[in-house]
Write a protein that binds this ligand. Sequence first.
Ligand SMILES: [Mg+2]
Length: 255
Amino acid sequence: MPAAIEAVLLDVGGVFALPHPDMIRSALGVDFDEDRAARSHYAGAAAIDGLGRGEWSAYFTAYALEAGVTASRLRVVLPALRNAFRDPDDVAVWSLFVPTAVQALKRLHQAGVGLAVVSNSDGTVEGLLRDNGVCQVGEGGGTCVSVVVDSGAVGSEKPDPGIFVHALDVLGVDPDRAVHVGDMVHADVAGARAAGVRPVHLDPYGFCPLDDHEHATSLDDVVELVYASRVMSTLTSSPSAGPPWKMPLSGETSV
Ligand SMILES: [Mg+2]
């Protein structure tokens, strides 16, 4: 039986931030809204995972098609789309924030689990999260986390287990007491597994065809996972105590 979750590691792109349609609408030559932009991102992530490696050309193709670009226009659109992203880790593009995820992060903090960000970026993700009120190390406008590990700053990127180990060391939590939430199998699921951390694949639209790992449709699912792990841990550690929500039978005194 899994132990209670003591820490949650979190990806950024595809969890808190998505490519903003305003940054890429002109490149695509189609009008699409934020909902479509979100769906397009996860279609792109699934295309990358379909290849089993971080091949961003697959991302751009799937993104464009999902956003409404016709197949006949792909040859024209893809170079423009790639240019709009410039670098896939460019934080200026990753500026569509997910309010429900920001709120769920607060709930995770309230739940008392350790929190760490583990992101493949260019050394700027900590500022992006702080400036947009998502989270920061110490007090600030967002949720307080223990560490923001940026691959560009530490020289190790997912799926290398080293980046996860760095976060766990700061948290002081064993890998088997942590989960990592991310939107890509090749980086997040594989990387977490390599570090001995339980992976949770954030896949809101159900694009992932694999059933060999856990899925979540939102960060709210992870909050529920944390509380569920505590209940399960309590039951397995003291089975004679009965469930904490046990209702008194007739004649029993409720305490
Ligand atoms: Mg991501």
